[in-house]
Design a protein around this ligand. Structure first.
Ligand code: CO
Length: 209
């Protein structure tokens, strides 16, 4: 079986199994999308949102990019965020990084890698903000600490947006979470939770949202 046929065969087997367990499965799922979570994760194939959280189709709205960044010029991510918060009314937004992240490692090198330099730029800024702590570490420990600091920084980036500030003010949702996933043990480490109304850096706070 070739690589593409493997996917299609896998799909047929999966659909058949779902219907065997619950004849109404797809009818129910097709009627409504009402996920409680927005997931902002890394594109890494090993960090599959539904699989590693034991959730099903319909439960998690997903946006993934290299190194799980929240970049203010990313129209794609901000469209997803606005739709998730305003229309789907998600109760939780999770930024999920992972130890050993290739994007974070690449941002720590002094090598120009082409177009992706632009994408990794903001991780270099995270490094700069925490240079004193990071320079004291070496090897994987330094990468893994930057992975954690990067996740925290992306959660903070969410608080800078009018989308989140408005939802916090008018609807008292969503909670923002920063997690790091361990590739070697499959376990999630929660790092930070910001409930609605958490402090927003003064220069980013909007009065008229
Ligand atoms: Co990654």
């Amino acid at each position: 079986m070739d690589a593409i046929e493997k996917l299609l065969a896998g799909n047929r087997a999966w659909a058949k199994q779902r219907v065997a367990e619950d004849p109404q499965y797809f009818r129910h799922l097709a009627e409504l999308q009402r996920p409680e979570y927005l997931w902002i994760g890394c594109s890494d194939s090993r960090v599959a949102a539904n699989v590693i959280t034991g959730t099903q189709p319909g439960e998690v709205f997903v946006q993934r990019n290299i190194a799980n960044l929240v970049v203010d010029t990313d129209l794609n991510l901000f469209s997803v965020l606005e739709y998730a918060v305003k229309v789907l009314e998600v109760r939780h937004v999770i930024v999920c990084g992972h130890y050993g992240c290739g994007g974070v490692k690449a941002a720590m090198t002094r090598e120009s890698l082409g177009l992706i330099d632009k994408w990794l730029y903001s991780i270099k800024d995270v490094y700069r903000l925490h240079r004193a702590e990071l320079d004291d570490l070496a090897g994987e420990a330094r990468v893994d600490r930057l992975v954690e600091l990067n996740v925290r920084e992306q959660v903070v980036n969410l608080t800078k947006t009018a989308i989140i500030q408005s939802a916090w003010k008018h609807h008292r949702r969503p909670h923002l979470h920063g997690w790091v996933y361990g590739l070697t043990d499959g376990l999630m480490k929660p790092l930070v939770t910001l409930p609605p109304g958490s402090p927003v850096d003064e220069v980013f706070a909007y009065d008229n949202v």
